[in-house]
Design a protein around this ligand. Structure first.
Ligand code: MG
Length: 409
């Protein structure tokens, strides 16, 4: 049997983002289709996804198998990101499919975009996300239901373009006439449940219409990310002559190939699970790679504000007394000033100029000592004024209880 591909694909910016970093590729001649979800500052995410798809197509054109082609895409993105400062740190997911001999679909996959197959009205996921929450689910630390609302949902543990080499998961999938494939970015699966996706794919016959409906569903649910939906219907050539045939230049005629014959890259797959520790370490390194800069920046910023808010003092009025406050006048973000030391010195006994200064809050002292020195000055000036008023009575300006002796005015 010769299977033809009938493809419908739509990408949408969503309802929150201002540009679309997702991209898809459909090449009828090569029988190649792919979805990429780019990430990176400014326009770098778009560059990453476009670069990956371009390199993927070139590699498949030159005869590379799908896994090597995804590796070539990694090289292309990495090369661009390390030679152009504006693109530094960019990356992309890539989920790519091609039909090989024996009606075997070969999927190459890195990241958290997904591939599904709808067969007999049942949706089945083909790929495993390279994401933090997926790792936590596998480790039994998170349930699928919890993962749906986990704020770390979009953190991925593997992407193209981040490191000079990348592990590509390869999935050989035996496909049949009537199968419907779905490739999509996390902008769909983060917004729309699998039951709903299954219902739309089952109900809507036309692949482009089905893709549009899924995009609409994701947008109705909030559309917080870019959304890409690529649907491939696999149709028997004799049943659907209008479909685009797959070119199989370098492969034996599919009609004569027994279904059991392994595809070109099948012996390597599915990837054997790595020893636990190595996996753990690689995972940690990748998670850190993505998360660390953000954590460091937030930590430094928090520490700086915290330090700034707490290691500064001013002198103000609290309950009629001259008081040393710790913090910034008026507070800073959610750090409010606190009373450090309420002195016995009454604000009303200060010189009029000092009193209004204190009532308004005075100074940015780096230490309590600085604030105390200023208060000593206040006492001295207050005492001097009193001396002028009362005559030459002896006063002790720096003694707390001294000059304010007539307790309440
Ligand atoms: Mg996304």
């Amino acid at each position: 049997m010769t299977l033809h591909l009938v493809v419908g694909a739509v990408t949408d910016v969503g309802r929150v983002r201002d540009h679309n970093e997702d991209a898809f590729l459909v090449d009828d001649q090569l029988g190649l289709f792919a979805v990429a979800d780019g990430m990176g500052g400014h326009q770098a995410g778009e560059v990453a996804s476009a670069t990956a798809l371009e390199a993927l197509r070139a590699a498949v054109t030159s005869g590379e198998g799908i896994r090597d082609a995804v590796t070539s895409a990694n090289d292309a993105v990495y090369e661009k990101s390390t030679t152009d400062d504006r693109l530094r740190g960019m990356g992309t997911t890539l989920t790519a499919g091609t039909l090989a001999a024996g009606d075997t679909l070969l999927l190459g996959h890195v990241g958290d975009s997904r591939a599904y197959v709808l067969r007999d009205h049942q949706l089945e996921r083909l790929t495993t996300d390279h994401s933090l929450v997926e790792e936590l689910i596998q480790a039994g630390e998170l349930t699928e239901a919890q993962a749906e609302h986990d704020p770390r949902r979009s953190m991925i543990t593997r992407a193209l373009g981040i490191e000079p080499s990348v592990d590509v998961d390869l999935y050989p999938v035996q496909v049949h006439d009537g199968d419907r494939l779905l490739l999509c970015s996390d902008g769909l699966t983060g917004m729309v449940g699998e039951d709903e996706i299954e219902a739309v794919l089952t109900e809507e016959h036309d692949p482009t219409q089905a893709a549009r409906r899924l995009i609409d569903e994701a947008n109705s649910a909030g559309g917080i990310d870019n959304i890409t939906v690529l649907i491939v219907d696999l149709v028997d050539a004799e049943r659907q002559t209008a479909a685009v045939p797959i070119v199989t230049d370098d492969q034996p005629a599919p009609a004569e190939t027994p279904a059991e014959q392994p595809p070109e890259e099948a012996p390597e797959e599915p990837p054997a699970p790595r020893p636990r520790r190595t996996r753990g370490r690689r995972r940690l390194r990748r998670v850190l790679l993505w998360a660390l800069p953000v954590v460091v920046v937030l930590g430094v910023a928090f520490g700086f504000v915290d330090y700034y808010a707490h290691h500064t003092y001013f002198v103000g009025n609290d309950g009629g007394r001259v008081t040393v406050f710790q913090g910034r006048q008026g507070g800073l973000l959610f750090w409010n000033p606190t009373v450090k030391d309420r002195t016995s010195l009454r604000t009303s006994t200060l010189t009029p100029a000092d009193a209004s200064q204190v009532r308004a809050g005075h100074g940015q002292f780096g230490s309590v000592g600085g604030a105390n020195a200023y208060i000593a000055g206040l006492r001295a000036r207050a005492a001097q004024t009193r001396r002028h008023t009362l005559g030459n009575q002896p006063v002790t300006p720096t003694t707390a209880a001294g000059p304010a002796a007539p307790a309440a005015p």
